[in-house]
Design a protein around this ligand. Structure first.
Ligand SMILES: Cc1cc2nc3c(=O)[nH]c(=O)nc-3n(C[C@H](O)[C@H](O)[C@H](O)COP(=O)(O)O)c2cc1C
Length: 214
């Protein structure tokens, strides 16, 4: 019988690269760190990704309300940014005041320093109890303020192997808090219909409704 701790460690193999997420709504902006993003389309002309954002994170409400976010692949030399965005909540301080950024085409901030960034519009969402899984269509791609990508991508394995020793206690303490909050919320999964989701529009009439196969 495999116990919960061993199961959790096995599932950790599924964590994604460590990326930064930015969001903006009604003049409020935020930045956070996640390791739960994945490519969600195999069609090159429909670039799409999915990510899990915990409800107790301030970014969650900005993304939910605006339906927009930017995902940034990070470089292996960006540990300081992970600490700035991933260990503190926006309610404690305006984290992006310390991080160079510029407005993206969809309105959410784009970090100047990153490996690459993807500006996304939310096209669907699923409630998981403790988090929302957002499905985003990529509408704009770039390399932060640079013209080409630089360095190597910060993978989950690289992050875990090289996390500064002096952060480890904080990291484990925050993880334990998140796990406790997650335990309380995880079993309460609610149905969620994202705005605009439904049967495809008939391209001829523009009416919503089932589209007949040709
Ligand atoms: C390596 C790492 C991975 C993380 N992964 C996630 C994640 O997948 N989903 C999530 O909601 N929070 C994740 N977090 C936690 C948030 O980044 C953190 O709670 C942050 O302070 C939230 O900021 P906010 O409240 O301003 O949104 C991660 C943090 C770190 C350091």
């Amino acid at each position: 019988m495999v116990g919960p701790d061993d199961t959790y460690q096995l599932l950790r193999n599924l964590t994604s690269p460590v990326v930064a997420i930015t969001s903006e709504h009604g003049g409020q902006r935020d930045g956070m760190i996640i390791d739960s993003a994945i490519r969600a389309s195999i069609v090159p002309t429909i670039p799409r990704l999915a990510m899990f954002i915990h409800k107790f994170n301030d970014s969650h409400d900005l993304i939910f309300a605006s339906g927009r976010f930017v995902l940034h692949l990070l470089r292996q030399d960006q540990f300081a940014l992970i600490r700035q965005l991933g260990f503190v909540h926006r309610r404690e301080r305006d984290k992006l005041a310390e991080v160079p950024h510029h407005p993206g085409r969809l309105g959410a901030p784009v970090l100047d320093e990153c490996y690459a960034h993807f500006e996304c519009r939310v096209v669907n969402a699923m409630d998981t109890g403790s988090s929302t899984c957002f499905l985003g269509d990529v509408e704009e791609v770039g390399y932060g303020a640079a013209a080409t990508p630089r360095g190597e991508v910060m993978t989950a394995a690289y992050f875990r192997a090289n996390i500064p020793a002096e952060w480890r206690d904080d990291y484990l303490r925050l993880l334990a808090i998140a796990q406790t909050s997650g335990l309380e919320l995880s079993r309460n999964i609610q149905p969620l219909v994202w705005r605009g989701v439904g049967p495809a529009r008939d391209p001829a009439s523009g009416a919503r409704g089932p589209v007949e196969a040709p």
